[in-house]
Structures are given as C-alpha cells and as structure tokens.
Design a protein around this ligand. Structure first.
Ligand SMILES: C[S@@+](CC[C@H](N)C(=O)[O-])C[C@H]1O[C@@H](n2cnc3c(N)ncnc32)[C@H](O)[C@@H]1O
Length: 302
C-alpha cells in the first residue's frame, strides 16, 4: 500500500493509520467485506485500494454518518458542492466563525441531517469525536483554532474514495448483529466496536454501546458459521492495558499493533507508544511462525 489512504475528515477511532498492518492479516481475495462498525470506513477504503474484493457492506449505527459516506461515494460532486457552500458561509461571521458551527449544529439537531451538515460538523468539531447527549442531540464543541478541512483537499479525497467504492458498496445504519446475521463462509468481517471504556447507553439516538458478553456471544456464532473475521479491540499504552480480553474459547489469536506515539501522553510531556489489539479468527492465523510486526505482550508492556 503506497502513500496514505485517502480519508475525508478526521474521525475519532479511525483505523486509517493502522490499515496497512491490519490488511496484512486479511486473505488476498474474499467474497465480501462486512464492516458492521464502519465509522469512516477506513478499512473498506484500504481494502478496495488493494482490490481484495469487489463487494462491501458498510454499516454504522450512526445514520447521518452512513448517509454522508453513501453520498460521498455515490454522488461525490454534489457532496463537495454542498460542503463548500456550508464551509464558505462560516467566513461571513469573521472572527466569530464558531457561531456558524453552532448554527449548523442546531439545524442538524432540529432534523436537517443532510450529508454536508454532518460532514461540516465532523470537520470542525473537537478531535473529530462525535458526541451525542442523553437527548440524542449532537453536543460536541467546535475546535476554535481551525476552520475544518478545506473543500479543495476534501474534494480530492472524496473523488478518490468514490472511484474506489462506487457501485461496489451497500450502506445501512443497523445494529451490528443484523450485519453479522448476513455473514457467510467466504466473507471477511472486520469489526471495530467502540472503545470498551465508553458507557453502554442504549437510549441515545445514534450511539449504542457494545456490552462485552453480548459481543463475545456474537463472535461465537461467527465461529460456528465458519466465517473469518478480524477484530480491533482496545489496547495498551505506557505499560497499561485497556479493556477486557476476548475469551480464550473463541480461539482467536491476539496480536498487538503499533499505533505510534500517544498524542495524549505527548501533551503531558511523556513518550508512550500506543498498541492496539487485533484478534484474528482461527482460520486466518498465519501458519508461519513469525507474524508480520508481531510483538509479544511483554515487549508492549515493557
Ligand atoms: C471505533 S469506531 C469505528 C472506526 C472505524 N473503524 C474507522 O476507521 O473510522 C466505532 C463505530 O461503531 C459505531 N457503533 C457503536 N455501536 C454500534 C452498534 N451497536 N452497531 C453498529 N455500530 C455501532 C459507532 O457509531 C462508531 O462509528
């Protein structure tokens, strides 16, 4: 994979930087890629780039996010045009450009969830971190120092992504179980559920957490069906491990991927590398002894 994988805007938890490492554990070819927790679909984009399959199922419980991805892939020029309009409008407010973010956020929360609004909120909000309050309203604040991705930069990425995935992807905003129900032998499922530390709130509009036992049970069903999968599931930073391990009886192999220096630690003047766990289903575990870039847990925690 040469160069960086195109992406539209920052998204908290995006696997864009880890994609080259994750793809090393995928088969060369498979029927379909199912991404039940797609977020900004970094893994689908990388997989399309490497031509491992021609069929993608892109799903995320966040409906406006999925609609925005679908628009980017199926109608890229319409999205770029609309986004440019929303983005340009913020300069009418001069120094008080954050006011435009608050106006768009209010519109969005009042039901105008058109893709360009979602995209602008993501492009301008703090750390690309989507946050919804108890009432289901988008409540993340604007990043006051930035204007959000320039439409010209965005356009180039959107056209590349559209070129890679147009006509090959189906889109949905369902709970992940419904996507796992569709999986068949020959498919590959890539799962990236939300960070385990995130509270599991079921009554929010777009965010549903993923309780550990329920998730482990869903994986056991995939095992029974003989479906291959890869799971990103928490990790370790600065000698501390985060999240509970998936149960041994699932027979997956856990490896740690180097996700680079932790920005949080760097802010605090420390240098800690973050590692993210990747679980590989039994049939995909390489038969050769040395895993690409494999690190033992001891090395990670040293
Ligand atoms: C860590 S992010 C995925 C990031 C993605 N891999 C990327 O590269 O952008 C987890 C995603 O899971 C979604 N999600 C949370 N609960 C879900 C559920 N029950 N079913 C489907 N999606 C869910 C969230 O909306 C969020 O976008």
């Amino acid at each position: 994979m040469n160069g960086r994988i195109p992406h539209m805007v920052q998204y908290q938890g995006s696997k864009r930087n880890l994609a080259p490492q994750i793809l090393q554990y995928m088969p060369c070819k498979f029927e379909r890629l199912l991404e039940p927790f797609s977020g900004m679909a970094a893994i689908s984009i990388a997989t399309a780039y490497e031509k491992r399959t021609n069929q993608f199922i892109i799903n995320d419980i966040n409906r406006p996010l999925v609609s925005m991805l679908q628009e980017a892939i199926e109608h890229p020029s319409r999205l770029v045009e609309e986004y440019s309009r929303v983005w340009e409008e913020q300069f009418q407010y001069g120094e008080n450009h954050v006011q435009h973010f608050y106006n768009i956020r209010e519109k969005f929360n009042n039901g105008d969830e058109q893709p360009a609004n979602m995209l602008y909120l993501l492009a301008r909000c703090v750390k690309g971190a989507v946050r919804y309050g108890k009432n289901g309203n988008f409540n993340q604040s604007p990043d006051k120092r930035r204007h959000g991705t320039n439409p010209r930069t965005l356009a180039s990425n959107v056209y590349t992504i559209s070129h890679l995935l147009k006509g090959k992807a189906s889109f949905s905003a369902l709970d992940y179980h419904e996507i796992l129900d569709m999986a068949k032998p020959g498919d590959l499922v890539y799962m990236d559920p939300p960070y385990q530390g995130v509270t599991n709130v079921r009554d929010n509009r777009y965010f549903a957490g993923v309780p550990f036992d329920e998730f482990a049970h869903a994986i056991a069903i995939l095992n029974k069906k003989g479906v291959d999968y890869l799971i990103s599931y928490d990790g370790a930073c600065g000698g501390k491990e985060y999240g509970e391990e998936l149960p041994q009886e699932l027979h997956c192999k856990k490896i740690m991927l180097n996700a680079g220096l932790s920005s949080q630690a760097t802010l605090l003047g420390k240098k800690s590398t973050t590692f993210e766990a990747l679980y590989i289903s039994e049939a995909l575990i390489p038969t050769f002894d040395i895993f690409p870039q494999q690190l033992s847990l001891l090395e990670v925690l040293a």
